[in-house]
Structures are given as structure tokens and as C-alpha cells.
Design a protein around this ligand. Structure first.
Ligand code: PNW
Length: 496
């Protein structure tokens, strides 16, 4: 190569590097060859069939059936997308979009009606066997979440996640799942978003079981972490050698950006916010204990409140060791970003404990969900924070997505733009920042029951007509977009 030629090459490389690091620039490049693409769903949000074929009730059945409905449109997951009957259609949609894998969750009370291994519901086993076999027959790898928020009601009767006995029940349930499905399922996620389980279910009360408390979320988190560790160690001990799969956990975290990045107090407050959100669950799993700043602030505030002991429980040596390193990969659910300012607070509970206040910029594009603003660069920042904080673990994006309403129908350009810009930031995190991201999962395959928001917010790449008894599914514009993205495995440069 002539010196002149290589000089030109160097200048071009330098130019493209500087321009690509500027976030406003789109990166035309490809994902690594072994990168994998999929869709996610969750049992309660899609299955329906809440009281048939031996399924026991769970806390969302009870929550949605309350006389005064806590759901904005008074709806429930009784029928949802009827995927219990229409799972083969779902597999068709997956196949048509060209995914590598499908992330779905098992309904604990469909398999163990009262949550304990006293009775196994064979018809529940049959259902998931049929689904798993159909996926595999179509070349789609199953990725299974054990717990996506639908705790068996009988276990809630004795305190649910706030009673330590749940740990053994979860381990028994995990053993059942590994035993029956582990010959074909190699990707296991113990829990989906323990933060949402504990804070929205036990702190704010907007999710089942609807408790409001400054203490329960920390207790819930403590038992949920032990449950995760038990299920992880069980697989490691009794299944890993024969089945050869992987076990991880899915944690949700937004990105927390200091309002004023030049103010050290703002920077510290934003760091606190990420530690309280992501670190609350990830620190025990990566390091064996809660983040020091949580220990310090919650101990101090508990004492000031006149409590005998801290609202944040402690791990003994045994649990600290069980937890430490209990992951083969880390799952990340990410949707949005918040701005953070420091604020001295005395209101007891998860929010006040952080001494921060968070809000979202009015300039960020909106979705149909009040909490979800479109901030694509935040995705790249949380991935880098995870890389730097935990030593660049294997990261699977297990959810990412955008909501709209009936009004958009299948013309969901907002979702197309969201997926394009978020996945492009993920590409930058991989190619420019060296983040170890191996899989990406779009939420969601189909519109579904969006928890407290009922059917008023749609996240699907396929439209579901909830007025139609057949629950017809229709591909949206975003389905076509994702299909192309998955097939290209990236962003081919625009043709000149
Ligand atoms: C996730 N928030 O939940 C869940 O894993 C899905 O089941 C859900 O449908 C999806 O995201 C869309 O909401 C979240 O308030 C719920 O920050 C609420 C929040 C985040 C995630």
C-alpha cells in the first residue's frame, strides 16, 4: 500500500471515530456475527386461561378482580391475548420476524397451583412442553423467565416475598422447571425486575399485592435475592453438568443523568440514584452485599426514625457467599432516563432514602406511558455504567420498547424511531465502548395486558384486537422494521 493511500485511510478512520462518538451521528455498522435477536412476553400479560386446566390463582388474578379495580380501565388478564390457546400463532409471528430466540415466562401457579410442590399440574407442564417444542421445531431458542410477577396466591396468603419461607418454595419451583424443561431450555432467567416486584408491589402499591410500606420493599428484596441465589446454586449443583445451560437474572434500570453534570453534588446524586435502582439488586449478586451508600443512608435514617433496627436487612456470611457471583449473564431491561438533583429528604421509604429528586425533561419525546420518555443516549450510558461498575459482565438486553395507544394502530412510526435510535446506541456501546452485549430482546411481540395500565398502553410489534374474541394479531410497521434489522444484523450504510 502506498504511503499516500494509508494516510488517507488514517484520516478517514479518525474522522469516522470522532463523528461516531458524537451522539447525534448515526452509526452505520454491524453487530458481532454471534449477536442474537428476540422478543419478550410474560405469562400473565398474554396467556389468559386464568382459571382453566388446573391453574391456581396468582396475585394478579386477585388484584385485578378486586371490587374497586386498581387497573385504570378495570380490565384483567383473564383472557389477555389468549396465548394459552393461540401460542402456535405467536410462534408463527416469531418465525416471520426472523428471531433467534423467544423470551417468555412460566406461570408458577399453572405448574404448582398453590405454589408448593404438593401438587404438580400436568396440564400446565403439557402447555409449556408444547410451546417449547413448537419453538424448537421452528429454530427458535427458548429463553425462560421463572418469575414475571405472578406469585401463587396461596403463597401471598402467608406473606409472599416478605416471608422468608418463599425462598425454599422458589427453589422447589425452579427445580421443577429445570427437571421438566431443562433438556431443551438452556437460557434461564430467575426473576424479572425484582425492583418493580418489591417497590411497585410493596412500596407504592400500584402493582399486586398492592401494599404501601417503607419497610416491605427492603424485606421483599432481601428474600427475592436469596431466592435468586438458591435457584442459581441449585442449577449449578444439580443441573449444569448434565444440561449445560446458563442462569441469570433480569434487572431493570433507567439511566440517571445529573441535572447539572458540572456540579459534583448533582453527579454524586445521580450515582446514588443508579446505585439505589440497579445496585440494590446487582451489588449482592456481583459483590455479596448492598451498595455501601444504601447501608449508610438507610441505617442512619432508620435510627433517626427511632426504629430498633435498620429497614435494610443484612446478609449473613452464608447468604453473602451464596449470592456473590450467582450469575452466568446479566439481563437488563431498559426503557428511559431521568434527571437527578440532590435533595435532603426525611420521608421514610425507598424514594426518600436516596436524598434525591428525579424528573424528566419536557423536551424529551413522549410515549403513551407517563414514565417513558425517549432518550436513546441514556441506553448507551447505562450499558457503560454496568460495564465499568461490574467488570464488563456478559449482558443480555432482555427488554426494551415503546408504548403507544389504539390511535396509532399499525402505523407505529414512534416505535420504529425508538427501536432504530435505541439499538443504534447499543451498537455504539458495543463497537465504540467495548460493552459485552450479546443479545437484544424487544418488548414486546404482541400488544398485551400492561399491568396497572390495562390495555390502554400498547407495546407490541403486532397489534392485538382486544375486542375480537379471536384476538387477531396484525403486524405493525415496527415489525417490518425489526425484521429488517434482525436480518441485516445492523445498519447497512445508505446507498449513495
Ligand atoms: C417492564 N417503570 O415493566 C416489564 O418487565 C414488562 O412486563 C412491562 O410490560 C414493560 O416493562 C413495559 O412497562 C416496567 O415504571 C413497568 O419504570 C414499569 C416501569 C418499568 C418497567
Amino acid at each position: 500500500m502506498s504511503p499516500k493511500f494509508s494516510m488517507v485511510g488514517l484520516v478517514l478512520v479518525a474522522l469516522s471515530l470522532t463523528s461516531a462518538q458524537n451522539d447525534s451521528d448515526f452509526l452505520y455498522d454491524y453487530f458481532p456475527e454471534d449477536f442474537e435477536w428476540g422478543f419478550a412476553t410474560a405469562s400473565y400479560q398474554i396467556e389468559g386461561a386464568w382459571n382453566v386446566d388446573g391453574k391456581g390463582q396468582n396475585i394478579w388474578d386477585e388484584f385485578t378482580h378486586r371490587n374497586v379495580s386498581p387497573i385504570v380501565d378495570g380490565s384483567s388478564g383473564d383472557v389477555a391475548c389468549d396465548s394459552y390457546n393461540k401460542y402456535l400463532e405467536d410462534v408463527e409471528l416469531l418465525k416471520n420476524t426472523g428471531v433467534n430466540f423467544y423470551r417468555f415466562s412460566l406461570s408458577w401457579s399453572r405448574l404448582l397451583p398453590d405454589g408448593t410442590n404438593r401438587t404438580v399440574n400436568q396440564r400446565g407442564i403439557d402447555y409449556y412442553n408444547k410451546l417449547i417444542n413448537a419453538l424448537i421445531a421452528n429454530g427458535i431458542e427458548p429463553m425462560v423467565t421463572l418469575y414475571h410477577w405472578d406469585l401463587p396466591l396461596a403463597l401471598q396468603g402467608v406473606g409472599g416475598w416478605t416471608n422468608e419461607t418463599v425462598v425454599q418454595h422458589f427453589e422447589n419451583y425452579a427445580r421443577l422447571a429445570y427437571s421438566y424443561f431443562g433438556d431443551r431450555v438452556k437460557q434461564w432467567i430467575t426473576l424479572n425486575e425484582p425492583f418493580v416486584v418489591c417497590q411497585l408491589g410493596h412500596g407504592d402499591g400500584v402493582h399486586a399485592p398492592g401494599h404501601t410500606s417503607p419497610v416491605e420493599p427492603y424485606l421483599c428484596a432481601h428474600n427475592i435475592l436469596k431466592s435468586h441465589a438458591s435457584a442459581y446454586r441449585l442449577y449449578e449443583r444439580d443441573f449444569k453438568e448434565s444440561q449445560g445451560g446458563q442462569v441469570g437474572v433480569t434487572l431493570d434500570s433507567g439511566w440517571y443523568e445529573p441535572e447539572d453534570p458540572n456540579n459534583p453534588d448533582h453527579v454524586e446524586a445521580a450515582e446514588r440514584a443508579v446505585l439505589f435502582k440497579h445496585g440494590w439488586y446487582a451489588f449482592p449478586i456481583f459483590f455479596g452485599d448492598y451498595p455501601p451508600v444504601m447501608r449508610q443512608l438507610i441505617d442512619q435514617k432508620s435510627e433517626a426514625e427511632g426504629l430498633q433496627e435498620s429497614r435494610l436487612p443484612e446478609f449473613d456470611n452464608y447468604w453473602s457467599q451464596q449470592l456473590n457471583g450467582s450469575y452466568d449473564f446479566l439481563g437488563l431491561n431498559h426503557y428511559t432516563t431521568e434527571l437527578v438533583v440532590p435533595e435532603n429528604r426525611t420521608d421514610p421509604g425507598y424514594s426518600g432514602d436516596q436524598n434525591t429528586r428525579t424528573y424528566q425533561s419536557a423536551e424529551w419525546p413522549e410515549s403513551a406511558s407517563s414514565w417513558l420518555k425517549v432518550v436513546p443516549w441514556g441506553f448507551r450510558k447505562i450499558m457503560n455504567w454496568i460495564k465499568n461498575t461490574y467488570g464488563n459482565p456478559t449482558l443480555y438486553v432482555t427488554e426494551n420498547g415503546f408504548s403507544d395507544t389504539d390511535a396509532e394502530g399499525v402505523n407505529d412510526q414512534g416505535r420504529v424511531d425508538y427501536y432504530r435510535d435505541y439499538t443504534n446506541n447499543m451498537l455504539k456501546a458495543i463497537k465504540l465502548d467495548g460493552c459485552n452485549i450479546k443479545k437484544y430482546t424487544a418488548w414486546s411481540l404482541i400488544d398485551n395486558f400492561e399491568w396497572a395500565r390495562g390495555y390502554t398502553e400498547r407495546f407490541g410489534a403486532h397489534f392485538v384486537d382486544f375486542n375480537d374474541p379471536a384476538r387477531m394479531r396484525t403486524p405493525k410497521r415496527s415489525q417490518g422494521y425489526l425484521k429488517q434489522l434482525f436480518a441485516d444484523n445492523g445498519f447497512p450504510p445508505p446507498k449513495q
